[in-house]
Design a protein around this ligand. Sequence first.
Ligand code: ATP
Length: 376
Amino acid sequence: MLAIDVKDLRKQFSVQKNREGLGGALKDLFKREYNEITAVKDISFSIPQGEICGYIGENGAGKSTTIKMLTGILVPTSGHIQVNGFVPFKEREKFVNGIGVVFGQRSQLWWDIGVIESFQLLRKVYRVPEAEFKQRLNELVERLQLGELLNRPVRKLSLGQRMRCELVASLLHNPSILFLDEPTIGLDIVVKTEIRDFLKKINREQGTTILLTTHDLQDIEALCTRVIMLDDGRIIYDGGLDELKSRWSKGREIQFQFGEQPDVHTLKKLTEDLQGVSWSVASDLTATMFLPHEINVSDALSRVVGGAADIRDIKIMETNTDEIVREIYKSGSASQEAADKLSSYTPADKSQESIEGKDGQAAADAKAGEKEPVQS
Ligand SMILES: Nc1ncnc2c1ncn2[C@@H]1O[C@H](COP(=O)(O)OP(=O)(O)OP(=O)(O)O)[C@@H](O)[C@H]1O
């Protein structure tokens, strides 16, 4: 069975227009006018059980609105949703027992009472038998190291401590699907890593399906094999993260550090029969080779190592996912055609602030005094 199945899902909001000034306010009293905002525009996707899927997009893309419809908080304007076999907004009571939700910006815990009392209240809400609750709580408390926090009021917890408690709260009734809306927002890298490790574990051990929205692409890299990308209420990409990276990154960069100033013409000569390989000199002692995906790294490396003198260090640069996703948001499409339009983009261009740039050789010539790009 699919954990989540969404077809042609749409959500429109009517927002009241506020006319300017006193006159406008008076007019508003007698005749209200509304704007229609379509936050989610006929999207379809399905998520099998046990998958961790990232749901990303710029501010206002429609992520939270989707999560709210999937969790039964909002009623869709049109389309179909099934989560765990239920229509979320119709069969609320049965449905909520199978899902856990964490909104990073909002708390499901009671602010003034001890954490353990909030957990006890949630046990009653979800009707979890006492023995089962105790066993589960002990397990979660141990994993997330919450022991000494249980008797503190929630308002006295740090953000990281609270977020770990929120995760426990969302899992006390052993849901098979977990919805996480910005679970790592504002957290330091240590707590982020703890939370990511914890999520990976519960997914691996219990097969929990996770739908995760985040602006932190490291969350996506650490947890998700699949990513759904939203732009202005529409899905612009649904697939593997690796596939997205290889479609959008045009190749790899290898940075060489030399003992003496490299001669770019010699470097260029070494790789001249490798199509698409280019060189740029970043500083007196470093040069960067850009390789298209089709060129084998060891092939290119062996030529340089065999021919260039005094190499002190070699660094193979990772594709920067943030940069790729930013480019996709900018173009509004993650399609192959959009990626191809950026064919002049290479990591080497970026590190050189587009010496060659999209305008070609003219820009390169203009900057030739500072940095010298050489195309094989
Ligand atoms: N209750 C509401 N009434 C009117 N408009 C709304 C409401 N909720 C969301 N919107 C609008 O719907 C669009 C999508 O909002 P949504 O909160 O789903 O985006 P998001 O992708 O979660 O953004 P963010 O990353 O900033 O949280 C926005 O234009 C927002 O202003």
